[in-house]
Design a protein around this ligand. Structure first.
Ligand SMILES: *[C@@H]1O[C@H](CO)[C@@H](O)[C@H](O)[C@H]1NC(C)=O
Length: 182
């Protein structure tokens, strides 16, 4: 009985070690699964506030040569995806929300993230034209959108229940990349 328990514990621990090894391996390497670390991507993302998130989000969406415009365009796509995820959260929360205040705040946030997606699509066109000024102007508009969404909850002394951390990081990264265009 005790021996069985010990064997079981040993097997569990061994599995746990293998599991944590593979997890840490994936988490620790932002370029997991890619055979070569691209020095240009490292350099571009290294100039942003969150190089790891930048590289991790750009890499799966990157098409064509690794250059500033393509990295910027891929990060815009990642941000649009993130905004769509937040819009899904909003719909889900609205379906279960009972408070009128929460529903009203969610309504404003929905409008803001929809606008953000439209503005990000326009930003992509400006990025293709290497128009740094308009890229930064558009992004600054999008940046003000998420604080307005938080404010619409704060107006009712509520904290936003939306998980917008990645979106906020993406905007910071995009602003850094936009500044590199200058
Ligand atoms: C929330 O649901 C109501 C219906 O209960 C709907 O009128 C409103 O547009 C919805 N708002 C959002 C943000 O989905």
């Amino acid at each position: 009985m005790d021996l069985n328990k010990n064997i079981h514990l040993f097997v569990s621990l061994a599995c746990l070690c293998i599991l944590s090894f593979s997890i840490s391996h994936v988490v620790c390497s932002p370029f997991a699964g890619k055979p070569v670390l691209d020095p240009v991507l490292l350099k571009i993302c290294g100039a942003t506030e969150n190089p790891t998130l930048c590289a991790n989000s750009v890499l799966p969406l990157l098409h064509g040569p690794v250059d500033l415009v393509n990295v910027l365009k891929s990060e815009i796509d990642a941000t649009i995806k993130e905004a769509s995820i937040i819009l899904k959260q909003i719909t889900k929360m609205n379906n279960t929300a009972t408070s009128k205040e929460v529903k009203s705040a969610l309504e404003s946030c929905q409008q803001m993230y929809r606008d953000a997606i439209d503005n990000l699509k326009e930003t992509k066109t400006f990025a293709e034209a290497r128009n740094a000024v308009d890229v930064i102007n558009k992004l600054s508009g999008v940046a003000s959108c998420y604080s307005t969404c938080d404010d619409s909850f704060a107006d009712f002394q509520l904290q936003s229940p939306l998980n917008t951390q990645n979106f906020n990081w993406f905007i910071q990264i995009l602003l850094s990349l936009g500044n590199l265009l200058k």
